[in-house]
Design a binder for this molecule. Structure first.
Ligand SMILES: NC(=O)c1ccc[n+]([C@@H]2O[C@H](COP(=O)([O-])OP(=O)(O)OC[C@H]3O[C@@H](n4cnc5c(N)ncnc54)[C@H](O)[C@@H]3O)[C@@H](O)[C@H]2O)c1
Length: 390
């Protein structure tokens, strides 16, 4: 391996440095549910960000939320529209609503000239995601997506290895995974709130882990499958949640990507096995094995292995793990910090929409192919402003 690659294995020393407080950013939160807690816990550590407004559709929920954290003086509203119509001084909003309202909240905020940090999955459908990107383009504002595993050193190492050229040209990727028993409840399981299940909840992270590494090539065709054999079954799910379970708990797909790459993907909230296997990337010069991972937490399941052919020998290198690896909270903080910094410096979105639109195109394609029961061709929508639905 080259020195350039070896030097990347040295853990980075995190030094956020002194935060510039000469400009205080005014943030709003849309949706004060479970994930908004992780937002607040990060934002209170940021001396240059102040929450001035929040909205939730459920009466009294936002008030209780801020009382729990002892935070006072936040203007509270009963919808994203009410909040964005009334608050004309917001620098940014964090969209922490369930999947079905991601698009409308993000678009409304962008149309008001407000920067947006949008939770994952980007949306439920590809058409919605395209509308969000058009609103972003028209607004000239910053839109970043809430994929905090991107902030993890071990996750970043995957991309560094691919970019180093050690694998040669990557032609086959196997990824995904999931849980033997890990079906969420709350607003994750009904069509009217979630729209998509394991596929959107944790599948989007597995896809991002590998697609980001290989430069987000566009999908050409998808043969997708989805099922729900566990969520609606009271034998495997809480009897009060099983009757209202309406989304997928397992999905799989064979995806042909631009650049002659095949992506073999599967994801589960529940199944009768502990893992569907490791993530592997096969290249013309080498291969990478990423032990079965909970990539939604930014964790890889153990040291990665790089397989090469050196001086006529098959050799394997272990990639040391970054031991100081951040906790979920640490990654969340970095997600918020990088978004705030990009607003202040006019920098690029830490997790850009043009990439995550491709992630959404694959999710959407798997759903469509599964429903049709055959392979489909993927068409990425025209993102020009002229194509926007008024
Ligand atoms: N990044 C992560 O690690 C992570 C983890 C969990 C959830 N999430 C994502 O966060 C999102 C929210 O998940 P959650 O578990 O917090 O859901 P939740 O149901 O606990 O909270 C969502 C809240 O949004 C409110 N809401 C919906 N539409 C609204 C609107 N138009 N205006 C104002 N409020 C509105 C709802 O009333 C609800 O209180 C989901 O999309 C999920 O995928 C991300």
């Amino acid at each position: 391996m080259s020195d350039k690659v070896l030097s990347q294995f040295t853990p980075t020393v995190h030094d956020d440095g002194a935060v510039d407080t000469s400009r205080i950013l005014k943030f709003g939160i849309i949706g004060t549910g479970w994930i908004a807690e992780s937002y607040i816990e990060s934002i209170v550590k940021m001396p240059d960000v102040k929450i001035i407004a929040a909205a939730d559709l459920i009466e009294g929920k936002a008030e209780k939320f801020f009382n729990r954290y002892g935070i006072t003086g936040v203007h509270l509203y009963s919808s994203h529209k009410e909040m964005l119509d009334a608050e004309t001084d917001l620098d940014a909003v964090c969209v922490c609503t369930y999947n079905r309202t991601h698009a409308e909240c993000a678009i409304y905020a962008l149309n008001k000239g407000v920067n947006v940090l949008l939770e994952k999955p980007m949306t439920v459908t590809l058409d919605e995601a395209a509308d969000v990107v058009r609103a972003e383009k028209a607004s000239g504002k910053l839109l970043s997506l809430g994929f905090q595993p991107r902030m993890d050193d071990n996750m970043q190492m995957i991309k560094k290895i691919v970019d180093s050229g050690e694998l040669g040209k990557v032609y086959y990727i196997q990824t995904g995974g999931g849980r033997r028993c890990g079906i969420p409840n709350s607003t994750f399981i009904e069509d009217k709130t979630a729209g998509i299940g394991a596929l959107g909840d944790i599948g989007c992270y597995s896809l991002d882990m590998v697609l980001n590494a290989v430069g987000y090539p566009k999908p050409l065709t998808i043969s997708g499958y989805k099922s729900a054999y566990f969520g609606p079954n009271p034998k495997y799910n809480n009897p009060t949640d099983a009757p209202r379970f309406e989304v997928d708990d397992f999905a799989a797909a064979f995806i042909r990507l631009e650049g002659d790459i095949i992506l073999d993907f599967r994801i589960a909230w529940a199944m009768h096995i502990d893992t569907t296997g490791d993530t592997i990337l096969l290249g013309t010069e080498g291969a990478l094995r990423i032990p079965s991972t909970e990539c939604w937490n930014g964790t890889v399941g153990g040291p990665m292995k790089l397989y090469r052919y050196v001086a006529g020998q098959q050799v394997e290198f272990e990639i040391p793990l970054y031991e100081q690896g951040d906790s979920f909270g640490g990654l969340f903080y970095k997600k918020l910090r990088s978004f705030a910094d990009a607003i202040k410096t006019g920098g690029a979105a830490p997790v850009p929409s043009e990439q995550i639109l491709i992630n959404q195109a694959i999710i959407d394609g798997i759903v469509k192919s599964a429903e049709l029961g055959r392979e489909i061709e993927v068409r990425i929508p025209d993102l020009s402003l002229e194509a926007a639905v008024v």
